[in-house]
Design a protein around this ligand. Sequence first.
Ligand SMILES: Nc1ncnc2c1ncn2[C@@H]1O[C@H](COP(=O)(O)OP(=O)(O)O)[C@@H](O)[C@H]1O
Ligand SMILES: [Mg+2]
Length: 408
Amino acid sequence: MSIPWVEKYRPARIQDVAGNDEAKKAFVAWLNKWLAGKPGKKAALLYGPPGTGKTSLVHAAARQYDLELLEANASDVRNSAALERRIWRALTESSLFGKRAKIILLDEVDGINPREDAGGLAMILKFIENTRYPLVLTANDPWDPKLRTLRDKCLLIRFKPLGIRIITSVLASICKKEGIFCDYQVLRAIAEKCKGDLRAAINDLQAIAFGKKRITLEDLDMLGYRAKQADMFEIVRMVLAARSPEHARSVLSLPSLDYEMLMQWLSENIPHQYAPSLQAIADAYDALSLADIFLQRAKRTNEWSLLSYALNLMTVGVASARDKPKFRFVKYSFPQKIRLLSQTKKYREIRKRIASAIARKCHVSTRTVIRDILPFLFVIYEADAKLAEEIVKSFDISPKTFRAIIKQ
Ligand SMILES: Nc1ncnc2c1ncn2[C@@H]1O[C@H](COP(=O)(O)OP(=O)(O)O)[C@@H](O)[C@H]1O
Ligand SMILES: [Mg+2]
């Protein structure tokens, strides 16, 4: 696996963003007004289904107009006081002479739940109110009634699912650039299946074309195969029971394979499958831990060429453990770590909310609050509940919310 084609072929210029001509026109007109110093609405909300080019259009425009792009996922901004400050600074900074103009993208604002987190919505409204630069928001589904005020403040730009013809032609141009011969019918079948989502279509194409220079209708069977593959048990079995490196590696061509999830599942189930051979278990874990190192490094350094080492290690590497016992059917179990994380999700969410409120006032990171401040608040609470609640209130946190994380 090399770089994902969805990244490699992300449209570089506005005209490369396929389809949705009206949306593009409206966006460019809005941006031009801004840059001429006469913004209509200060923010534009690009909305519509995933994989239709919302994020790509903003990237392409930034490049073409030579704007400095500041981009963040809206929920991340909401959950990190530091990031929120950074965006705020960028939005409100007066444009110094000679400095590049900016555009700011808050991606996926509907990821903020307006019911549970009124502050998140208020944050965005405050951003819109105060921005000195074009502010772009994106959302898949902005029709929550609570987002009404937000919608009123934005220029709404709708992205529709992409048509089959457009998708087919994008796929064809990718094949051409990759030097792959592909039957038109195959491309059309991929396009039909992805329901207007070009990201999904490109991912499917890359999976089918994996290691090939010519794609035929038979290769499409893989897509049918893919429909059945959601079962993680089966994938784990394919790796652990693989009789050859090719078998083990074949799971990598499942386009929707979530390799981080696969690592959790392997980590949980290696001992089930490879017991009683300690040698096999040790070898398999060695390969898996090496995979983890490569993966983390790839993520940290953005050096995605390391990904293929991680992927090979977690499949072929694990499967080539020495002294594997003969294959037998064992019952796999769901990864404990994921179960634990989901059981404590609510608790961690509340804790994070409290921590970020404190973080903002104390000018430290949420992490520091969780590590250095919360434990003391708990101690204070034990000694003098009233006092602790007073302190908490001074951070604009309701004592009730605070008590919710103490009982744990
Ligand atoms: N309209 C489009 N034209 C060209 N490529 C697209 C288009 N829409 C999506 N893609 C492809 O899919 C990927 C994801 O698109 P993205 O802009 O992130 O979608 P969205 O933000 O609407 O979910 C892009 O990197 C690109 O490869
Ligand atoms: Mg997007």
